[in-house]
Each structure stands twice: as structure tokens, then as C-alpha cells.
Design a protein around this ligand. Sequence first.
Ligand code: ZN
Ligand code: ZN
Length: 144
Amino acid sequence: MTSDLEAQLRAVSLRVTRPRLAVLATLRDHPHVDTDTVIELVRADLPSVSHQAVYDVLRALTDTGLIRRIQPAGATARYETRVRDNHHHVVCRGCGTIADVDCAVGHAPCLTASDDHGFVVEEAEVVYWGTCPDCVTKRSEGIS
Ligand SMILES: [Zn+2]
Ligand SMILES: [Zn+2]
């Protein structure tokens, strides 16, 4: 497992460090978590790692495309290791839970804008907003 993550770092010419490996492993196991949660989870393995170190790792991994930063309007930034497949997200307005949604009509058509205004389009981002099953249940039970 670890050697696989090491290979990912080497492929983008990043030095293999324990914080980088820990952040990658955390995001692989916990997609769509925010920075505070990443810090908390990484510290379970590496208690001495600083906030700044995790911020720096997240930036380096995002810049090299190993992880993707998503930020639904009004929400904190989340990170995930599922990159370069143009998938979308469904976000719960109640609790902020995020789930992956595959491209609605396959890869290329989903990138075809009805009018691209002459731009070369390389990514399409769709956010589906709604209420997750847990929140629907709570609401119908009158809990929230
Ligand atoms: Zn919810
Ligand atoms: Zn995702």
C-alpha cells in the first residue's frame, strides 16, 4: 500500500516524506474531508506533525494534481484523491455530507458546453445540492 503512494509522489517529482504519505493515505481512506479533519486523522499516525506541515502538504499535493481540492459554495474546502476523471459531487444542505457522482452523460459529452464562447474547456464542475438520506430521516422524525 505504502509503496504505491510512494510511487505516486515520485511520479510527480515530490520527495517521499512521512507527512506526505500520511496525508495521501488519509485522503484515500476518507474522501471529501476538510483540512481540520485531515490534521486530526494524520495526527493519529504522526502525533508531532504541525498544522503548517499539513497545510503545506495539501498545497503541494494539490499543485501537482495528486489530490483535488473541492469547495462547494459556502462550505470549507475538501480534498480527495480521485482526480482527473471529471466526476461531480452531491452536497447535503443540512449536514454538508458530500458524495461522488459520476459524469452525468459520459466523459466527453459532459464537457461539451452548449456555447463555449470560444474557450478551450478542460473541466466541467457540477454540484448537485440536496438533502442526504440521514437528514431526510431526521427531518421526517422532527429531530432537527
Ligand atoms: Zn445531511
Ligand atoms: Zn469526489
